[in-house]
Design a protein around this ligand. Structure first.
Ligand SMILES: *Cc1c(COP(=O)(O)O)cnc(C)c1O
Length: 224
């Protein structure tokens, strides 16, 4: 595996997608999802200039964090978080991408030492297997969360089904951005709703076309 080459290619492909969408170069952050590799490989990636590192599981997050905590890394926890693990990890993360229940929010509120930047995960496609709030639940959820001062809701996160067509991907990502915009217009305290976490190796160009500001890319960094 040629890490330098893979990294350059990912950055080039993302830059091309941003350009095609007529957006400013700096408007999309690339989160390298490192669940497939060990800490030494992540250290190499950081030395190549990758700043945003994402893990989907708490144990792996802590492992990488421990190894790399002297480096300049912005840390993303991108996967489902069990309530009993919140206290181990929440004060180490810069962004938590998978807030998917009010009970979890309540636990974060209890354990966080400062406002944690969170994405609300939304399930636009309605797939039963997917985590996330349904759009019509959000009114009630925001009402509850508006009193939680240890959460800063920076935006929405979504995951498209693996077998989604290009047309479906455009629909899901556009719906998510429209929803984010309508929530932003409510001007709720601690909920700027400026960001969108969407797009993975197979679908990030379409996510960028539809306004994504954080793409979560794993496989493409580590291909042979
Ligand atoms: C693994 C993972 C990714 C990255 O997916 P790739 O297809 O490997 O790019 C993104 N987001 C989440 C939540 C993941 O678990």
């Amino acid at each position: 595996m040629d890490l330098q080459k893979n990294k350059d290619l990912v950055y080039e492909e993302v830059a091309r997608a941003i350009h095609q969408a007529n957006r400013p170069e700096s408007s999309v952050a690339i989160v390298a999802v490192t669940k497939y590799v060990d800490s030494d490989t992540v250290a190499q990636l950081v030395d190549l200039g990758v700043q945003h590192i994402g893990e989907n599981r708490v144990d792996k997050f802590l492992d990488k964090y421990e190894h790399l905590k002297d480096k300049n890394v912005t840390w993303h926890l991108i996967g489902t978080l069990q309530r009993r693990k919140v206290k181990e990890v929440i004060n180490l993360v810069d962004y938590f991408h998978a807030l998917d229940s009010v009970k979890l929010a309540k636990e974060i509120q209890k354990r966080a030492q400062y406002p944690i930047k969170c994405f609300l995960q939304v399930n636009i496609s309605g797939e039963e297997s997917k985590h996330g709030f349904k759009p019509d639940e959000l009114d009630e959820v925001l009402e509850e969360l508006s009193s939680y001062d240890k959460l800063k809701i920076v935006g929405l996160m979504t995951m498209a089904p693996i077998d989604a067509t290009e047309r479906e991907l455009n629909y899901i990502f556009k719906q998510t951005n429209d929803l984010r915009q309508s929530l932003k217009e409510r001007n709720i305290k601690n909920m700027p709703f400026d960001d969108l976490s969407m797009g993975m190796s197979r679908d990030f160009p379409i996510a960028i076309q539809n306004g994504s500001t954080f793409v979560r890319i794993g496989t493409s960094f580590f291909r042979e």
